[in-house]
Design a protein around this ligand. Structure first.
Ligand SMILES: Nc1nc2c(ncn2[C@@H]2O[C@H](COP(=O)(O)OP(=O)(O)OP(=O)(O)O)[C@@H](O)[C@H]2O)c(=O)[nH]1
Ligand SMILES: [Mg+2]
Length: 552
């Protein structure tokens, strides 16, 4: 499915600055090694149903291939020229506290890591598409397990943000998120010699003269601080510095917002802002670019936009509005990122109107919608704004492709090709209690899935053809994501407009709808002001002589 997305739009020239957070992913620190993105082995725990598994695997592969530093404002490799990252599907029973996976699965994955190294296709790190605790991560990184840096979902998303951040604001926020994440990962583990060690490469615990009790006074004042304490202190110091810098950014943004509210051109009213939100890769930047005739950076890599941008658009009524293109959301969005990107996300909370862009070709579209609504609530968007939000189903041009794929698959099926074989061939049949693994047999396994996986939805049905079916299915899936009491009417509403940011279909309709919504909103606002004026009590002034009434 993803192979068929449009080509990337290149952004303006930007200066490349490698970020230190990605360093540990590279096995070598040479310039050559730094020039290429890290190679990850993707480990996808099995989830049900099969459709969801395919969507999760697709997303995991996209995440793995999205980790690449930008140079001069764009990525040097075309996303679809990149080879499919090596990947393994594994059974996912109750996660173990120490290593997340059972011993059999850990050994299986180790075999894949070793096999890659022997075929001179060594991976730099292992990406587990799940959320790991610090201890689980450290144990899996240990030499007796995989002997490679391990990234969980949260860690990889934060690395991608770091790699894609370009402006000072985005860099500060991405670093803050990385620090908050790192702080929870500082764990001590027993090294091969039985002694406590610290850090990914197992540095020995050191005692610094500075720190608790010692104040740099040596043995007279106590044992000083351990490496763990030292690292914690450094993180806290850096974190405080970043927080103070971000606070400045917030203040600047607030001033800019206030300025925009004041300046309204000929109308004399403030410029209305429309925040464009949605799941990552839904087509937000492409849509804003198309509406504003500009060239915002868009790409098939996930989190192509980390630096928010504002563009002005003239509505059919002649009213000028501002569209704010923001960072995309994702399921299990790291809480550290939401907190760190508070300054950026404030634009969304403060916007006059929200535009929720949904990728209508996504197989798990309902999960995407729920995720976006959850994040919007998390950052403090009011229910009123959510009720008023416009939902845009983008990429409807893929409807035709959907038809084409149907025909293509029909032909393939006639030729005896089974699409799901590609996925299942990778599944490791880990039986309960399996301890020994036949590595040779594993090496013989071939990856039948030549290229990106197609989603079941493209095979079974075409969502564009029956949006009502999708809405019907949503009831069921929203139950699964429960936990927070929600206004279900918001979640059950279907698309207001269907667009294609590439072909331009539906864009005029969208602008007219925005115009209408803003008009209604202004009217309501004006009525509220009027009411508040009439509601005021007027009393005669104490100064009877002047005869002028003053407002109390
Ligand atoms: N076929 C098709 N592709 C689209 C459409 N809109 C966007 N795309 C493609 O989808 C990919 C992602 O688009 P972006 O605009 O970067 O998506 P985004 O929502 O801004 O993504 P993030 O910034 O990563 O959150 C790009 O390759 C676009 O060319 C559309 O209407 N139809
Ligand atoms: Mg974008």
């Amino acid at each position: 499915m993803l192979r068929r997305l449009g080509s990337a739009v290149r952004g303006a020239s930007r200066r490349f600055q490698p970020l230190p957070s990605c360093k540990k992913l590279y096995s070598s620190e040479s310039e050559d090694a730094r020039a290429r993105p890290p190679k990850l082995l993707v480990v996808q725990p099995r989830v049900r149903p099969e459709k969801l598994l395919q969507a999760k695997l697709n997303e995991a592969l996209c995440l793995a291939n999205s980790l690449e530093d930008q140079r001069d404002g764009y990525f040097h490799t075309d996303f679809f020229d990149k080879p499919l990252p090596p990947h393994v599907l594994v059974q996912n029973r109750v996660p173990r506290a120490d290593s997340y996976f059972g011993h059999g699965t850990v050994d299986n994955i180790k075999c894949h890591v070793n096999a890659a190294a022997e075929s001179e296709d060594e991976v730099d790190a292992v990406f587990v598409n799940a959320i790991l605790s610090g201890v689980q991560q450290r144990n899996l990184e240990a030499s007796r397990a995989w002997g490679k840096p391990v990234l969980d979902r949260v860690g990889l998303i934060i690395e991608i943000f770091n790699a894609h951040a370009f402006t000072k604001e985005a860099k500060l926020q991405a670093e803050l998120a990385a620090l908050s994440y790192k702080k929870t990962r500082l764990v001590r583990a027993r090294g091969p010699d039985g002694r406590y060690t610290f850090g990914a490469s197992g540095e020995a615990e050191v005692v610094s003269a500075r720190g608790r009790g010692s104040g740099g006074q040596g043995f007279m004042s106590g044992a000083g601080e351990t490496e763990l304490q030292l690292q914690r202190r450094r993180i806290i110091e850096r974190r405080n510095y970043l927080l103070s810098q971000i606070e400045e950014v917030r203040r600047t943004r607030a001033l800019q917002r206030a300025g925009r509210k004041r300046s309204g051109g000929s109308s004399g009213q403030g410029l209305a802002t429309i925040a464009v939100v949605g799941y990552t890769n839904a087509g937000k930047s492409t849509l804003v670019s198309r509406l504003s005739n500009s060239d915002l950076f868009s790409d098939c890599r996930l989190f192509a936009t980390v630096d928010p941008r504002v563009r002005s658009v003239v509505l059919p009524s002649g009213k000028k509005v501002l569209f704010s293109d923001t960072v995309g959301f994702i399921s299990d969005l790291p809480v550290q990122l939401v907190e760190a990107f508070h300054a950026t996300l404030e634009e969304v909370v403060e916007a006059d109107l929200l535009l929720h862009v949904v990728d209508s070709s996504a197989p798990n579209l309902d999960e995407h919608r729920t995720t976006v609504l959850q994040v919007l609530r998390q950052i403090g968007v009011s229910d009123e704004k959510l009720q008023n939000m416009i939902e845009v189903w983008n990429k409807i041009d893929m409807e035709e492709e959907c038809m084409d794929v149907d025909e293509y698959l029909d032909d393939k099926e006639k030729d005896g090709f089974n699409l799901e074989d590609g996925v299942k061939s990778e599944l490791l049949a880990e039986s309960e209690g399996t301890e020994e693994v036949d590595c040779e047999a594993l090496e013989e396994k071939e990856d039948d899935s030549d290229g990106w996986l197609y989603s079941d939805d493209l095979v079974d049905e075409c969502k564009f053809c029956s949006p009502s079916t999708v809405a019907d299915q949503q009831n069921e899936s929203f139950e699964k994501h429960d936990g927070v009491e929600k206004d279900r009417s918001i979640e059950q509403s279907g698309p207001h407009v269907k667009t294609s940011a590439i072909t331009g279909v539906g864009l005029q309709e969208l602008l007219e709808l925005i115009d209408k919504k803003l008009r209604v909103q202004n009217k309501k606002g004006a009525q509220a002001v009027e009411r508040s004026i009439y509601d005021r009590k007027w009393r005669p002034s104490h100064n009877q002589e002047s005869g002028i009434a003053v407002e109390q």
